[in-house]
Design a protein around this ligand. Sequence first.
Ligand code: PLP
Length: 192
Amino acid sequence: MTLTAVSKQQPWEAVEGVVAAGHRVFGENRVQEAVGRWSARREGLELRLIGPLQTNKVREAVALFDVIETLDRERLAERLAEEMQRQGRPLSCYVQVNTGEEPQKAGVAPQAADAFVEACRSRYGLSVEGLMCIPPESEPPAPHFALLARIAARNGLAGLSMGMSGDFEIAIRHGATAVRVGSALFGARIHA
Ligand SMILES: *Cc1c(COP(=O)(O)O)cnc(C)c1O
């Protein structure tokens, strides 16, 4: 079980104690913010991108992060594959699934997930290690976690990044291998 400490929008004073205590896995949702915070401190850490990735930020994202959790479209898969090759950094990827099929949310639709995972692997040669989801805020999360676990199982994927401050216990019960916890660890975020 991996605890991804979500340091986005946290003042460095809140994050520094967690680094000093020996925690090594951090999640960020914006490339620019993550570069500013981590590029000079990245040694020995694992950085995970958990927010949407625009193709014009792929170069910087591949240079900084170790895991991309928000792979959700072919154009992005293609750019990531090119850039990983160019930089010699074959990062682990998670496919984000929009389990609630919310129009405003990123991620592939559940019924498109199998074909997309297959394309990422065979057409683009990416190492897809798992799936990630963010359940709709207005619904109980358990059915979404269960759905993500089923899609992962039938695609032979071991990684399940699911569960945040409010629902990580439920996610763990449904087989999460990584939980992404921000405010429960660091306190409320500063809203920019
Ligand atoms: C912000 C964020 C989290 C952490 O949220 P908390 O509720 O503060 O734990 C987890 N996952 C993603 C994708 C996020 O953007």
